[in-house]
Design a protein. Structure first.
Length: 559
């Protein structure tokens, strides 16, 4: 009974500590969690649509197909960026907290922030298991949970930032092999599935970890895998395929059927060699790295892979100390794991300050069917941070246990403080205020059912405006002809819209039950340039009656 109480107290204490750290790290966001989305206007708007879809707009029994976007044809959602575990929780919470815009924004933001204390807790238990150090496990959990890449991803992608199940899987997997436990192996398969349901990239990254661990043990022991060293990887890989087959089969069927499920990017969104030491955008010393970031490829949130100067110094000391002790087992494991996932994060070729150099193994992976869905290689950095947390945690534990022979406890405290400060976001963290315009009430309150809305400029060539239109849809609730999914696997009215002849367009839209057109002049404070491909802008108010007009947008009625 006392032991169970101690375990519960430890878990609650660690969870409370990392929750407090989350509140301190992101104090700038705390007053606005009910009125603004975390992060600048980008994919967070699409993620909020996902929250609204699950809590409000989905049709029971038809989750994976909707005509709310890409109306009137609609689109399947098997390839969409759902973070299934969190959205399932939101679907339940919304029944208690409500589904008004303010409540949904709060639930969405909390689902992002919860990944920090949960990731810290899960990494804590993994590091503690491997290092036998509670203090080292705390700092290892911090490194994994609060690394700059995770902070950046939380501002853009709910699914990618859901990293909390990864250390729990690794722990269950290692324990299953050590204890030869079928129950733990089943738990590992379930956790593998939860990782994949959080983000499809983790289906591949966890598989790469399994292959790495199996190969590492085989090389270390100079023996082919057998017994549980063979059963565990095979069971996990096959088990997760069986568990997720209801989703995997339709995805494979769509790919085989010729749908456009693959996108480019495997040599764009990569971890550049010089990005590892470059201070991230919200670091106190970020201006020193401006010149580096301007030269790198891809979006800033994908190329942020800062490991931390203090962490690297501690890891270097650990290598020296382990060599002196002739106890390099865990250190070697950590360095090999970091090296492998750094290689995977490099993409098709090694990038050095934006320059393509030597080919990398991902050049092969990005050409294999199904594997080439992993088009943003830099996201493999999540496992680098996990191994880094293990290594630094081991070093802190080692130093704390032998203060006389190595370094004093006060040095451990100072180093720990510097590690925390090195990851602390000292600059302004952006948010996206959400305000539903009263002009959209014309569309929302229309008593007719089953009609759709066309947003202009057309979002087909503009991903960001498509996300914005999805956000606006949560205000009026009507199907829209635009909208983004992670993979646009169908053609719809958006792709064949008539723009040269507006009278012909009017007949086309009427036939498709598009009742309103919204012409946006600006979105989230930025101008939306009109495209010649969308037709003569000045003729739209002459062809369609104006239902609402404001400096931001005009609502036209088609029929």
């Amino acid at each position: 009974m006392n032991r169970r109480f101690e375990k519960t107290s430890l878990f609650l204490g660690v969870l409370l500590l990392f929750t407090a750290a989350t509140a301190i790290f992101f104090w700038q966001w705390m007053p606005y969690l009910h009125s603004a989305l975390i992060g600048p206007p980008e994919d967070n708007m699409q993620d909020f649509w996902n929250t609204w879809y699950v809590a409000v707009a989905r049709i029971p029994g038809r989750f994976f197909f909707t005509d709310l976007i890409r109306f009137p044809e609609g689109t399947p959602l098997y390839y969409h960026s759902f973070a299934y575990p969190k959205l399932a929780v939101i679907a339940l919470l919304s029944k208690i907290m409500g589904v008004d815009t303010s409540s949904l924004i709060l639930q969405h933001n909390l689902s992002l922030l919860i990944s920090f204390p949960l990731a810290g807790c899960s990494a804590f238990y993994l590091v503690r298991y491997l290092t036998a150090s509670t203090g080292g496990a705390l700092i290892g959990g911090f490194i994994y949970a609060f690394n700059p890449w995770h902070v950046e991803q939380a501002m853009h992608h709910l699914h990618v930032s859901s990293i909390e199940f990864i250390p729990f899987f690794v722990l269950a997997y290692l324990l299953a092999i050590q204890r030869k436990s079928l129950l733990l192996l089943l738990l590992a398969i379930i956790l593998y599935a939860l990782n994949t349901l959080s983000c499809w990239y983790y289906l591949f990254y966890v598989a790469y970890f399994i292959v790495f661990h199996t190969a590492y043990v085989a090389i270390r022991d100079r023996a082919y895998p057998k017994g549980w060293q063979l059963l565990a990887p095979v069971a996990c890989l096959l088990g997760v395929v069986v568990v997720l087959s209801p989703l995997l089969v339709p995805m494979v069927r769509a790919a085989v059927g010729g749908a456009s499920v693959y996108e480019v990017g495997s040599d764009t969104w990569v971890a550049d060699v010089l990005a590892y030491p470059a201070f991230p955008p919200f670091h106190l010393l970020a201006p020193l790295a401006d010149g580096v970031y301007r030269r790198l490829h891809g979006d800033v949130w994908e190329r942020t892979v800062y490991l931390g100067w203090i962490n690297v110094a501690v890891l270097a000391w650990l290598c020296f100390a382990a060599a002196r002790r002739k106890d390099t087992g865990l250190v070697t494991y950590v360095l090999c794991g970091m090296g492998l996932f750094c290689i995977l994060a490099s993409g098709d070729s090694l990038h050095v300050l934006g320059h393509h150099t030597i080919p990398m193994p991902d050049l092969v992976l990005s050409r294999l069917p199904f594997f080439k869905n992993v088009r943003t290689p830099s996201r493999a950095i999540v496992f680098v941070y996990l191994f880094l947390g293990i290594g630094v945690g081991y070093a802190i534990g080692l130093a704390s246990r032998q203060p006389q022979r190595l370094i004093g406890r006060w040095v451990v405290v100072v180093v720990t403080g510097l590690i925390v400060l090195d990851f602390f976001p000292a600059r302004r963290l952006p948010m996206t205020p959400i305000v539903c315009s009263p002009g959209l009430a014309v569309i929302r309150d229309d008593p007719e059912k089953g009609f759709g809305v066309l947003n202009l400029p057309n979002s087909k060539p503009d991903y960001d405006s498509g996300n914005f239109y999805m956000l606006e849809q949560t205000c009026h609730g009507r199907p829209i002809a635009q909208g983004n999914t992670s993979r646009n696997v169908v053609l719809s009215l958006r792709d064949r819209l008539e723009t040269a002849d507006l009278e012909a367009q009017r007949r086309q839209l009427t036939s498709a039950k598009i009742k309103y057109i919204i012409i946006y002049r600006q979105a989230m404070g930025s101008q939306l340039p009109w495209r010649l491909a969308d037709g003569p802008q000045d003729q739209y108010p002459l062809t369609y009656p104006v239902a609402y007009d404001s400096p931001d947008f005009t609502v036209l009625r088609v029929y």
